[in-house]
Design a protein around this ligand. Sequence first.
Ligand code: HEC
Length: 105
Amino acid sequence: MCAFLRRGTVAASVLVALFTSAALATEADGAALAWKYHCVTCHGQNGIANSDRYPNLAGQNTAYLVSRLRYFRDGIEPGNQMNAQAAPLRDAEIERLADYYSKLF
Ligand code: HEC
């Protein structure tokens, strides 16, 4: 009986952990992408740039950020420093990053 109870408790904990991490993953996605692709190196951990050579992104309009990232990813302006940064981004990641930065203040 004890083993049965323990198994039930473990199963319940696993379910709770799964639900919690799914919810956190959606919320943290933008931040996780900003770290994964090193955006934080130049644009700061909170979307405020570390140096005045880089633009602040916090609180910027989502649609504007999406259009800028697509512009860089598509290499429309050869030689732009952002082209290499945006090159690996998929559309869904661009939208998530833009949404994330637009909500930082
Ligand atoms: C090596 C430094 C560096 C890294 C890393 C970097 N950026 Fe940039 N970013 C820049 C510079 C420089 C500009 C200005 C380019 C321009 O406007 O011509 C810029 C511009 C931008 C802009 C346009 C802002 C505006 O006001 O028009 C966006 C959006 C942006 N970066 C997002 C990102 C994202 C998202 C990442 C990560 C995938 C990233 N950047 C990584 C240096 C960097």
